[in-house]
Design a protein around this ligand. Sequence first.
Ligand code: NDP
Length: 329
Amino acid sequence: SQEVRLAQRPLGYPDSETWEIADVEVGEPGPGEFVVNLELISLDPAMRGWLNDVRSYAPPVGIGEVMRAYGAGTIVASQHDHYAVGDVVSGTFGVREYAVSDGHDVTKLDLDVAPMATWLGALGMPGMTAYFGLEEVGRVQPGQTVLVSAAAGAVGSIVAQLAKAKGCRVIGVAGGPEKVAWLQEVGLDEVIDRKEGDLIRQVRRAAPDGVDFYFDNVGGEMLDAALANLAFGARIALCGAISAYNEEKLPEGPRRYMALLVFRATMQGFLVTDYKDRYDEAVAEISQLIAQDRIVATETILDGGVTTFPDALLGLFSGVNTGKLLLKV
Ligand code: NDP
């Protein structure tokens, strides 16, 4: 069975030197353990952060260790009381074909509710991020103007559609005409193509009365464009800052943060796992909206197996995905 290990910490974009592919024997599960045959591996922007040896919300992946990754698959051997052969599960199993687990932080997936891929996207970590970022940080009201960056991505696409379902006026930002068209199809009020530049003016045109809530997935210039267009009392959720993840030097700070003072606005960071105890609530709400065709859950599934993980990960930064980016094992 093959697995991908961290060989060397990258500076800038990860490359072939960053990774090492190893062949290992799959062991038998010990008492209290089971073996998962992984079928899908989740590609997450956070992975880039886990490669840096810095103080963060999770320890960095160690050199020589299997790359940390969420994934899903089917149990093929078990000595665990609560997990049986044939159960379909998700968890932090790593970039590998088979994983041995003790069940810690593992979730059983009901494929009658949704397919496995959706359980890693709209009903998985990204969907939970969208839901709690909107509910707890955004606390948006019907009629408010919501701006979402990386709006065609895993988190952003759910934020945008949840905000629509709440009766907000939603502006999405994405890269390129195909994603723009997709966001128009799912019903956003305005869509901005970030590749057309002049972000401040594009946001102003889409939100002449200002933005009440900005859900920030990208940071950088886009954050500045949002700050330049806040409504009074606006809120900003700092979900991520993908535009900086591969920068060798820290970028210049937000240039327009004085807008927080001028508009009595608040910017708040949050981490999805803070809401772990409430995931059931979010899964119930999002799955219901999917069933009612009020949320389109989509995934981009790359088909190369674990050895293509190094390239697949870079797809997040070039924006190959609409919806959740996954790698088929
Ligand atoms: P996405 O599915 O949104 O994929 C990343 C997208 O980011 C790309 O498709 C691309 O979209 C866009 N992008 C890439 N590079 C840049 C750039 N330089 N500038 C602007 N946009 C860029 O990923 P996720 O939905 O998984 O994650 C979105 C954000 O949420 C990330 O910042 C991630 O770190 C964060 N996150 C935070 C969590 C938390 O608990 N706080 C939990 C999960 C995710 P396009 O081509 O349309 O521009």
